[in-house]
Write a protein that binds this ligand. Structure first.
Ligand code: ATP
Ligand code: MG
Length: 393
């Protein structure tokens, strides 16, 4: 079956009142961006609260569905058969042809729902519903009508052309990208942070990312894994500039000056400080991490409070209340899990203490950080100068 057009349905944007057109325009431009990556030429148009993607050349059906399933804001994708010929007999023939080809197994209940946007069309919608329903029953006796809860809702719309559709393929939901500012994701090679980035982008937020690299304690392969993860998230979020910061000297300095039990918390505080600096310099208004309460010692409520203390920008932690399995389920769904579980060390796992504090006392942390006074500002400045930006798309 060759579908000439796809009807794009959206949910939340519909509630935006006067600003609705801004969200619709953002959705159209994101659809355009996604379809540019595949073969084929498409025209995107808005019409009376609907968005259409019309194919203007041959295309691969699976590629189009995959591209559209990566566009936030889309709730449903409906492939439509279109006929320019509005003659009623042709319409009837096409409906039968449609049902026959789209549903090889016709043991289903159905309902026909017709709409006549072209009021000059001679056949009224109720008549069309009844007659097309009867025709389907006659042609495919294994079908049954159910007007309340049909398995198949067949829509026939007579507009400039005739649209026939019944399939509804789920989109990713959320809000179109670019409708809600930009935030800086702390992206490690783990399972959690790519999911946190995906979830924030899903609300329309553009993403920049920062990765703290600690060569030679972390390998080039570990860095490549983070780049690969950023590319996978970018399939949804659009291109991500990934800032790679050399964190080795800071880490070694903290390791030398502070007790190992507090090491992770102090390191995380410096990561947040540097991330915030890069965030502000790049027009981001918030930070994003993959933290979840209680997952590890550095993510108890007390530890999160101690880490959070150094930030002035809001820190988004979309996974805060999620169990690990729930996070893994999303990672699998969005395709980051396989890459995340590759066994390359990230910088925190090299310097982990045997017994990290789980209830850090911020006064003690402040006191310990004073041991770093002599060199830490200079080390932070040098680290910021190592910023290597890699565009991940
Ligand atoms: P993840 O699976 O995202 O790596 P995690 O369970 O390993 O998380 P931590 O190592 O405690 O947890 O890190 C908590 C959060 O801090 C991460 O989700 C990420 O946002 C950030 N983070 C940790 N290490 C790095 C790093 N090397 N570079 C950038 N961000 C990091
Ligand atoms: Mg980690």
């Amino acid at each position: 079956m060759v579908y000439q057009s796809f009807l794009i349905k959206y949910a939340e944007i519909g509630t935006k009142g006067k600003n609705r057109y801004l969200f619709e325009d953002a959705l159209c431009s994101q659809i355009k961006r996604a379809l540019k990556k595949i073969d084929g030429s498409f025209e995107i148009s808005k019409e009376a609260g609907r968005i259409y993607v019309d194919a203007k050349s041959d295309y691969d059906y699976d590629d189009v569905i995959d591209a559209l399933q990566h566009v936030f804001g889309i709730t449903w994708i409906c492939p439509m058969l279109q006929i320019a010929e509005k003659d009623y007999e042709t319409l009837k023939k096409t409906v039968i042809d449609y049902v026959g080809r789209v549903y090889p197994d016709r043991h289903f209940t159905f309902k026909v729902e017709s709409r006549r946007a072209d009021k000059n069309y001679l056949v009224h919608s109720e008549v069309m519903n009844r007659e097309l329903g009867e025709l389907i029953l006659d042609t495919f006796p294994e079908t049954k009508v159910d007007v309340h809860k049909p398995d198949v809702l067949l829509r026939v719309e007579v507009c400039k052309v005739v649209n026939i559709y019944s399939l509804m393929i789920p989109g990713p939901g959320g809000m179109p990208l670019g409708t809600n500012g930009k935030a800086m994701l702390l992206l490690s090679g783990g399972i959690d942070s790519p999911v946190a980035g995906y979830m924030t982008a899903k609300r329309g937020v553009k993403i920049d990312a920062v990765y703290f690299h600690a060569p030679p304690y972390t390998s080039e392969r570990a860095k490549q894994k983070v780049i690969d993860l950023a590319k996978l998230v970018a399939k949804y979020s659009g291109p991500i500039p990934l800032h790679v910061i050399n964190f080795t000297d800071i880490q070694l300095y903290i390791y030398e000056k502070c007790p190992h039990e507090e090491l992770t918390i102090i390191m995380r505080r410096y990561m947040m400080r540097i991330a915030e600096e890069i965030s502000k310099n790049n027009g981001c208004l918030a930070l994003i991490t993959g933290e979840s309460i209680g997952q590890v010692a550095s993510q108890t409520v007390a530890s999160l409070a101690a880490t959070n203390e150094v930030c002035t920008q809001p820190v988004f932690r979309p996974l805060i209340g999620f169990d690990k399995q729930e996070i893994i389920d999303i990672a699998e769904k969005i395709g980051t899990f396989e890459t995340s579980i590759q066994p390359y060390e990230d910088c925190c796992t090299i310097f982990v203490a045997k017994h990290p504090v789980i209830r850090p006392n911020v006064n003690i942390i402040h006191k310990l950080e004073r041991r770093l006074t002599e060199r830490i500002d200079e080390l932070v400045k040098t680290a910021l100068e190592t910023d290597e930006v890699i565009w991940c798309d």
